[in-house]
Design a protein around this ligand. Sequence first.
Ligand code: IMP
Length: 202
Amino acid sequence: MKIVFATNNKNKLSEIRGILGAGFEVVSLAEIGCNDDIPETGATLIDNAIQKAQYVFDKYGYSCFADDTGLEVDALGGEPGVHSARYAEGTDHDSNANMEKLLRKLGDNTNRKARFRTVIALLEKQENKEGGVGIATLHTFEGKVEGTIITEKRGNEGFGYDPIFMPEGYDKTFAELGIDMKNIISHRARAVKKLAGYLMKN
Ligand code: IMP
């Protein structure tokens, strides 16, 4: 079965390909010739994931899934949440600026509880005897990991907010735990496993 993952992120692609195995042909945006800057203007993670999957389905007619992730800090009312990639004003995926802003806003607050949440929207193409793009059904999957925000950066692996996020039950940050462990316990791994479970049953 051919299915598009609305990303060009190589780590995400190899993670899902590893979980799904040879029965599924998971292709990236580049592999279907899509070089568009797909809009992500939703107010929530799930809105954004649906928006990306819908864009690909409408334009190319393939079954497609898309993900969106946010870090939710309780003492900041759930910030940065859907704005995680561009939390520091005027930046785009600038991890250091984002972490600095987060640590500054949290200050010496003793409530450091936070979680990463990943949502995946899958648009599954339905048989369409009349031809054309047809319709798709929507399924959503979610994975989250609880943890705390520490007071200064630790570790060199991973990306994004990994150096300041310590998952519950561990005394190391995601950036210290490393990619192999992270791929087992992370928010994204949990959401991807749910998606894989669904795809393999259907
Ligand atoms: P995306 O939806 O996967 O692009 O994630 C949006 C933003 O959330 C990224 O730019 C990162 O700042 C942050 N983020 C997502 N996943 C992770 C993670 O596993 N570790 C740390 N930060 C992450």
